[in-house]
Design a protein around this ligand. Sequence first.
Ligand SMILES: Cc1ncc(COP(=O)(O)O)c(C=O)c1O
Length: 367
Amino acid sequence: MREIPLLDLKEQYRTIKKEINAAIQNVLNDAAFSGGPYVGLFEKHFAKYNGAPYTVGLNSGTSALYLALIALNIKAGDEVIVPVNTFIATAWAVSYVGAKPVFADCTRDTWQIDPSKLERKINRKTKAIIGVHLFGQPFNIDRVMATAKKYKLVLIEDCAQAHGGRYKGKKVGMFGDIGCFSFYPSKNLGAYGEGGAIVTKNLGIAQRIRSLRNHGSLKKYYHTEIGFNMRMDGIQAAILDVKLNYLERWNKRRRQIAHMYQTQIKNPHIVLQYQPLWSGSVYHLFVIKTKRREKFMRSMEKNRIMTAIHYPIPCHLQKAYNHLGYKTGDFPVAESYSKQCVSIPMYPEMTDSEAKKVIEAINRYEG
Ligand SMILES: Cc1ncc(COP(=O)(O)O)c(C=O)c1O
């Protein structure tokens, strides 16, 4: 019997192989490798998909967050509020600009940034909040945005895991000042290498990031500021352009699988992520909580079902951030979450019978 993986990129490639190979061939024929027309085309389509006036394609989601902070003038000495329960790259971007990440705990049920814990973090140095639509589920945008407005802070949406996710029916990414996406291969919209993008309503911000990604230059060999090489590859853009056409279909399938899990997993030892009414999750990951995690993972392994942990150590307890002086106990909700969370298989190519097998194995688990 086939092992049920956490995700299945080989099977996904098999279903779109012809189109992908043709798209790569076009880039090779045109030798449009770095930036160039295929990036422009993907930017146009990704902007339309998100209802964004401007999109800038980049070489990673981390670069997207980094350039977003520069474009919003966040500098050394500033503080930026970041959820403690996120992938570390959200915080990296703050450190790259010399600012200080100030972590905020998550809620007990959604495991997303807790809006009620933001105000007490704000002081004169606070300049921005980065909200993360973790696992594809939008955070409470209205409440986080209300705090940002009240204190005149900019809001960045980290949409690395939430391509196509909806908050109150509207796609994420355009609520804040800048939306940042990653196209890391495992993402809902994933490249065959690295990639990222920003979306924004603001032409000035888009132009600044366009220049920053290209050595601080909009006109060849004229450099208006110190920039970077953070351009998107032509091959990645062409691949993403093909895959973008499938994104809604793939997200719909993820939602169907999530619905099966949510309605059919019935085990007192398992806690599911709470989905508020306004949440249009695209289930980048399907995470559950269970007290005896190692035992649960071993039991899944015996059933040839892959699991993983997202994430075992919350940002404030990572060695890299020792210098910030946080300690165990500072964020009790995220710390308890990180000891109990487990991701179970979630990918659009999963069949109903595979999903049923996962559900049955979980329901048989005795805790
Ligand atoms: C929440 C989050 N933010 C940022 C990133 C960084 O994106 P990338 O890996 O493309 O640099 C990722 C993914 O890796 C992520 O999951």
